[in-house]
Design a protein around this ligand. Structure first.
Ligand SMILES: CC(C)(COP(=O)(O)OP(=O)(O)OC[C@H]1O[C@@H](n2cnc3c(N)ncnc32)[C@H](O)[C@@H]1OP(=O)(O)O)[C@@H](O)C(=O)NCCC(=O)NCCS
Length: 210
């Protein structure tokens, strides 16, 4: 599984783009609107390898500084800790306890998503997470990545029955994406998250996969 490519923008006819989303929103010069949004550079979605520590470390620290809708809110992670995390993830993937995919565009890591199995009485439940680098949001990559992770999870996590996730209540774009892919809200902890100095709700969602 290590390094396995799940999606690549090199199409059969040799074109260097793929159609990612039926409703494009954020256009950049050179992109054409036709049936879908076209990512005009080489994009790869693949499993991690042991050589990804540095790319993942830079990625998470940039995202943390942004204080976006993720757990890390400014704190910086050491390369040593990120390497330990990566080694643990590779082990979990091998043992069918986790799937995790990275997105690269021309060698730059621009996204990550995964599902991690819980343990014991919750051994049939997997926790989902996703993020895309700021400059690459709103182009259909998140949706494509999430679909790929859900497919890989169904194929490679035999114990998985329910996927759950949590999302900040002030993150309507993510909530909309999750609803589109079949997730339902099952609860909210009011003021459950401290985001940029303010308490906001923490929303919980789930989807049955088998
Ligand atoms: C949430 C996130 C992963 C979505 O990825 P993305 O690549 O930006 O999303 P996509 O372009 O694939 O859009 C998927 C759906 O999200 C919604 N969406 C995303 N951007 C949108 C925008 N600018 N306007 C309206 N809807 C938008 C739409 O429902 C869209 O579906 P559609 O393409 O069928 O219209 C990404 O924006 C991100 O990483 N945000 C910061 C971190 C974060 O919020 N992580 C989730 C924590 S729970």
């Amino acid at each position: 599984m290590e390094g396995k490519i799940v999606i690549t923008s090199k199409t059969k006819d040799g074109l260097d783009f793929i159609t990612a989303s039926p409703k494009p929103r954020a256009f950049r010069p050179g992109m054409k609107e036709k049936k879908g949004f076209k990512i005009p550079r080489k994009l790869i979605i693949r499993y991690l390898t042991k050589d990804d520590a540095e790319a993942m470390w830079e990625y998470i620290n940039v995202l943390s500084k942004e204080q976006t809708f993720i757990t890390f809110q400014g704190e910086q992670i050491s390369l040593e800790d990120e390497t330990k995390y990566l080694i643990g993830q590779l082990e979990n993937i091998k043992n069918q306890k986790s799937v995790q995919l990275l997105v690269f565009i021309e060698k730059k890591m621009v996204g990550v998503s995964g599902i991690e199995m819980k343990a014991k009485i919750e051994g049939h439940v997997g926790k989902f997470g996703i993020s895309i680098a700021k400059e690459f949001r709103g182009q259909g990559i998140g949706k494509m990545l999430m679909e790929a992770v859900l497919n890989e999870a169904k194929a490679n996590l035999p114990a998985l029955k329910i996927v759950e996730l949590d999302v900040f209540a002030n993150n309507p774009l993510a909530i909309q994406l999750y609803e589109k892919l079949g997730f339902q809200k099952f609860g909210e902890l009011p003021e459950g998250v401290l985001h940029r100095g303010e308490y906001v709700g923490h929303i919980y969602m789930y989807k049955r996969v088998r």
